[in-house]
Design a protein around this ligand. Structure first.
Ligand code: DCS
Length: 277
């Protein structure tokens, strides 16, 4: 079953208009929300971010927080998803194709769930650098993902797990992840400004790092600083805290998961709803 404009219906009965601006312009916003042991992870944080993304592109969400909670829980429940994620997108709606906003359009809301076979964090991965050619509002979780998709595809073609973006010498984020480095026991990540998406996982990591007494610097760092760091990891809803042991052919640190990364991975896992760890 899927969610379409507030109704839970079977996928077979759902259709999207060819003049949906999400389809024609990528004119909309989205969220990917993790489900652990039958509960959503940081649901309010996702709602707040969705509302902010929508507002930044002048879309008013057609539901409030309470309705959002009710609908996504209903969908999770009818689909019996214990572990997986919910994808949700809101487009500006349907109108004859024309660049300016239509005078009148109702946002189109789509949600569906995906089930995971396991909750295991992906194994340590390898990444490559790629120039960040995206627009300057990466803080908006927009449906326009071409820059991200092209970078991820290139990294896959070259046998890597992720593409790490840089603007000139400055590292920003991954194609679908945030990037952290550890140098001399201090944790560094790009500040949450227009150059990156302020990840829900990123925030949880900063929180647990603070609790663990790990010094944090939300400062931009360079490609060279990343290559000379002791540890690198990426974070996202789907990949959690994932060590990166090689970047563009260069081994990072010992070539294995670092100590600080291990502490943060463990502490993050403890935050998972109904976790037994
Ligand atoms: N940066 C980018 C560009 C992302 O696309 C994502 C997540 C993140 C950072 C990490 O954010 P979260 O911690 O909130 O997940 N991308 C989602 C996506 O498109 N698929 O999975 C997660």
């Amino acid at each position: 079953m899927i969610l379409l404009n507030g109704e839970i219906i079977s996928k077979e009965n759902a259709s999207i208009n060819i003049e949906d601006r999400g389809y024609q312009f990528g004119d909309g916003v989205y969220e990917v929300i993790r489900i652990y042991n039958g509960s959503f992870f940081e649901l309010d944080g996702h709602f707040d971010r969705l509302k902010r993304s929508a507002s930044e592109i002048h879309i008013e969400l057609p539901f409030d927080r309470t309705t959002f909670h009710t609908k996504v829980n209903e969908l999770r429940s009818v689909n019996h998803v214990e572990n997986g994620h919910l994808y949700m997108q809101v487009s500006r709606g349907v109108a004859p194709r024309n660049h300016p906003f239509p005078a009148k359009s109702e946002p189109v809301v789509v949600g569906y769930t995906t089930e995971y076979a396991t909750n295991e964090t992906p194994a340590p991965g390898r990444a490559m650098f790629t120039e960040d050619i995206r627009w300057l509002r990466c803080d908006i979780k927009s449906l326009n993902l071409l820059g991200n998709v092209l970078a991820k595809e290139e990294s896959k073609k070259q046998g890597y797990d992720e593409a790490i973006f840089h603007r000139g010498e400055t590292v920003t984020e991954g194609s679908s992840t945030n990037v952290f480095i550890v140098k001399d026991q201090t944790l560094y990540t790009h500040p949450a400004n227009h150059y990156i998406l302020d990840g829900i996982t990123r925030r949880a990591i900063l929180d647990v790092a603070k609790d663990a007494g790990i010094p944090i610097k939300e400062n931009p760092f360079t490609k060279t600083q990343l290559l000379e760091s002791d540890e690198v990891f990426i974070s996202s809803t789907t990949q959690e805290v994932r060590p990166i042991i090689e970047v563009s052919g260069n081994t990072i640190g010992t070539g294995r998961m670092g100590d600080v990364t291990a502490i943060l991975q463990k502490a993050f896992k403890k935050r998972i709803p109904n976790s037994e760890q």
